[in-house]
Ligand binder design. Structure first.
Ligand code: URA
Length: 294
């Protein structure tokens, strides 16, 4: 029921959408519709009063009329905030920290998060209204490296760090090799950013041995960094994502956002292009092996 209401809310008169996209006046657009020149999501619509979903793909005389401007945003998610568009229990979500953007027709631009961070993880998350871009980035085979800084309990031994590097078994399957750097004792001045996110966190307790681990992984298994650190005997106290590929969080403050710049977007595009080509070559090689075997 609720779903249907949401869908109906998004239905708008076709002539209005066409006029907003600059096709012609509303009256003229009705004529164009009646002439059978309009295709909505692949089907001809010739009813003058037709209502359609405002996100529908609309072609007039075979040409797409509506190309929403795309937005690409980086947010420094605070710990304790959900990576979701809305929460039925009213808890804070990343959308509470996102900008309110409007399109040319003053409709709200629907942003959503790309991928996810755990509730208690802070750091870099992308927001966009570009579904295709988001899907490419989130595809499991898209192995972009993500860098995390974990504050963990105890002083990490070389052996523990080596195990993290080589891979630890999670649910019976080894994690892929990772780049890992560990340091004992975090100087108090370096604790600042973590202290801001987690006031009264356990690491603040006097005399407690802690370490900082910088870990780069390209897999996206559930709570992966936390489970890896647990597996080597160093539970995570605080976790923050500081980069995705070559894109760095830098000094973006917790809870703040900024647009990804041209260079960052091009960098991701290049990565996607190389990756897509690699996937194509792998599929071709696999098809050749099958052919030879037959
Ligand atoms: N690894 C985790 O354990 N949590 C995250 O949020 C991201 C990676």
């Amino acid at each position: 029921m609720e779903d249907k209401e949401v869908r109906e809310d998004k239905e708008v008169r076709l002539q209005k959408l066409m006029a907003q996209a600059g096709v012609a006046s509303r009256r003229k657009c009705e004529d164009i519709i009646a002439e059978g020149r309009v295709v909505v999501n692949g089907e001809v619509v010739s009813d003058r009063g037709a209502k359609v979903d405002e996100d529908a793909e609309i072609l007039v005389d075979g040409k797409k009329i509506k190309e929403e401007k795309k937005y690409y945003i980086m947010l420094n998610k605070p710990a304790g905030v959900l990576t979701t568009v809305s929460d039925p229990h009213g808890r804070p979500t990343v959308m509470d920290y996102a900008p309110q953007l409007f399109d040319m027709a003053l409709r709200v631009v629907r942003l959503f998060p790309v991928g996810r961070l755990d509730l208690d993880t802070s750091g870099m998350i992308f927001l966009t209204n570009d579904g295709e871009w988001a899907n490419s980035l989130m595809h499991p085979s898209f192995e972009i490296v993500k860098t995390y800084i974990a504050i963990v309990e105890g002083h990490t031994s070389d052996k523990a760090l080596r195990r993290l590097r080589i891979g630890v078994k999670l649910n019976g399957r080894l994690t892929a090799p990772a780049e890992v750097d560990g340091r004992h004792r975090i100087p108090r001045d370096k604790m600042q950013s973590f202290r801001l996110e987690r006031p009264n966190s356990p690491e603040e307790k006097k005399g407690r041995a802690t370490s900082s681990i910088r870990i780069k992984i390209h897999e996206g298994r559930k709570r992966q960094v936390r489970r890896m650190c647990d597996a080597v005997g160093h539970p995570v106290i605080s976790l923050k994502r500081v980069s995705i590929g070559a894109i760095r969080l830098g000094n973006l403050r917790v809870g703040k956002w900024r647009y990804l710049n041209k260079e960052e977007l091009e960098n991701l595009e290049r990565f996607l292009a190389i990756h897509t080509e690699k996937a194509r070559q792998a599929a071709e090689a696999a098809a050749n092996v099958t052919d030879t075997a037959e």
